[in-house]
Design a protein around this ligand. Structure first.
Ligand SMILES: Cc1cc2nc3c(=O)[nH]c(=O)nc-3n(C[C@H](O)[C@H](O)[C@H](O)COP(=O)(O)OP(=O)(O)OC[C@H]3O[C@@H](n4cnc5c(N)ncnc54)[C@H](O)[C@@H]3O)c2cc1C
Length: 491
């Protein structure tokens, strides 16, 4: 299956090529219906078209040198696939991540560069994958081939890492319930069969491939062997089903729903119904202790956190801009309390920038020969942003108040109501329609379904906060801090 999909030298794809690739027999369900074609499906199509336009920019001379690179064969590929061999490479990758993120102001969180960073890291760490001796795969070679395949075919990946939980106590003990959690049911000379479910795959319905990688809380216990694997398969694999959440793109205009009409990246729960995975698509198998280390030891977590930190900077800058635009429009930019509120968002933005700057400046070579940004500042950023972003939204809600509700539609300005609206909806420094446009944007950030999903995404997409914070504590250099206390006590 894998070899026949190899298509060397293709490099970057246009949006049209990406969209054409989604027109397969993938099994995506929403609202009680199976979707025939995600590129035409109301609620998904606009987000896919947006991603297509982003992919087209890889060909635009204004962006090409920033977001792509030429590999040693002369094939032009996405910069996120590049294996960084210097601090300059790390910074160039950061500039590409940031560029992609500015195209949606961070509102399309799951641009393909996120997962590309992960594949790149695993492909560099073949020595780690080669330690896996269970099963019949040559896991290091599989990953090298997969990396070349997705890199030279510009494939769009999603991923799913987390099993559904029946019992939190069971999960806390590192156990999974095989009635629901994804597990191996059969092994043959050709590959394995898996059944069960995985929690969300953001962008899943409009991705080409899904990485099904290990949950990081798999206890190294023989009972967990059926849950221990990492593989990637096409979304259109028989038996793979996705069930979507409600869409937040209700077909409104860009004026009425400025974000939802452009950046809806659908989330879906993934169900595997006796899905066949050939050995050449497996990268880890049957060794929970290796699965637990996978993201950390390969540094995939750091390269992914780098992409995230760049995206969050773009998002934080946008939130600062939105709040400043509102203050300017209302003439409240001289008000001390308002300035204080927005300065809090500015400080959060500059914190995200400073952490990114340090991580890139102190990039260093890892054991796989890649240059990797300094982990500590990126971990700090990814643990702070789930707190920062909801606070930014809260400040926007406080500042917007009823104006976030006083939001007539574009159509209301085109009938006999227009005179009333133009008279009553003006604000100090903006005409009525421009003021409504600005507040409809604020509404889509802070009030709408799209906006609320953004906040939930920021809280959870990188993992449950209690685990991430505890892991941060574990990795922090505590001895140095404790020594300072000991020094004082002993002096
Ligand atoms: C919008 C969105 C998009 C996502 N996209 C993806 C994706 O593309 N791929 C993917 O793999 N995952 C994705 N996720 C899933 C994400 O990884 C999980 O939501 C996250 O790991 C939390 O797991 P859970 O939802 O099962 O929450 P739970 O584990 O049920 O946790 C619920 C709450 O309880 C807390 N909690 C749980 N156990 C404990 C404990 N023992 N002690 C203290 N507190 C505890 C958690 O911190 C959390 O606050 C996404 C999530 C969201 C919301």
């Amino acid at each position: 299956m894998f070899d026949s999909q190899m298509k060397n030298g293709a490099g970057i794809r246009t949006g049209a090529q990406y969209l054409a690739g989604l027109q397969d027999d993938r099994e995506i369900w929403t609202g009680g219906q199976r979707i025939a074609d995600v590129t035409q499906a109301v609620g998904i199509a606009n987000g896919a078209a947006t991603l297509g336009r982003f992919m087209d920019r890889q060909f635009d001379p204004a962006y090409q040198d920033k977001v792509t690179y030429l590999d040693s064969d002369g094939t032009r590929c996405g910069m996120s696939f590049k294996m960084p061999k210097s601090v300059e490479d790390v910074k160039a990758k950061g500039a590409a991540f940031y560029e992609w993120a500015t195209w949606s102001n961070g509102m399309f969180g799951r641009t393909p560069d996120y997962k590309n960073a992960s594949v790149m890291s695993f492909a560099a760490a073949t020595g780690f994958l080669a330690q896996n001796t269970k099963g019949q795969g040559d896991y290091a070679a599989n990953m090298t081939a997969f990396y070349d395949y997705v890199r030279t075919n510009d494939k769009v990946l999603t991923h799913t890492l987390v099993n559904p939980q029946v019992s939190h106590a069971q999960a806390a003990a590192g156990k999974f319930n095989s009635d629901v959690a994804l597990h191996v049911t059969k092994e043959t000379d050709a590959g394995i069969y898996v059944s069960g479910a995985r929690l969300l795959a953001t962008l899943g319905p409009s991705a080409d491939e899904i990485e099904v990688f290990p949950s990081t809380v798999l206890k190294a216990d023989p009972d967990n062997i059926p849950f221990a694997f990492a593989f990637a398969i096409p979304i259109a694999t028989p038996g793979l089903k996705m069930i979507c959440r409600d869409t937040y793109d209700h077909g409104k205009s860009h004026f009425d729903a400025p974000l939802a009409s452009r950046f809806e990246e659908m989330d879906a729960v993934v169900i595997f119904d006796n899905v066949f995975v050939p050995w050449e698509r497996l990268f880890l198998y049957g060794q929970p202790e290796l699965c637990n280390q996978a993201f950390g030891t390969t540094n995939a977590v750091v390269h992914m956190a780098h992409q995230v930190a760049c995206g969050k900077l773009a998002k934080a800058e946008f939130m600062t801009g939105l709040l400043c635009s509102i203050l300017k429009a209302t003439g409240r930019d001289k008000d001390m309390a308002m300035k204080g509120a927005v300065s809090e968002v500015m400080m959060m933005t500059e914190t995200v920038r400073a952490l990114l700057y340090r991580a890139e400046a102190e990039a260093h070579e890892d054991e796989w020969g890649n240059f990797v940004p300094l982990r500590g500042p990126l971990d700090t950023s990814r643990n702070l942003f789930p707190k920062f972003y909801p606070r930014m939204v809260e400040i926007l809600q406080n500042m917007g108040s009823s104006s976030l509700m006083a939001t007539p539609t574009e159509a209301d300005f085109e009938n006999e109501m227009a005179g009333d609206l133009n008279q009553y909806f003006q604000v100090a420094n903006l005409e009525a329609k421009d003021r409504v446009a600005l507040y409809r944007l604020a509404h889509d950030v802070a009030i709408s379904g799209f906006g609320n999903r953004q906040t939930l995404y920021e809280r959870f997409f990188f993992g449950p906060p209690h685990l991430m914070n505890a892991q941060y504590f574990d990795l922090y250099d505590k001895d140095r801090a404790i020594a300072r206390v000991d020094d004082l006590l002993n002096s």
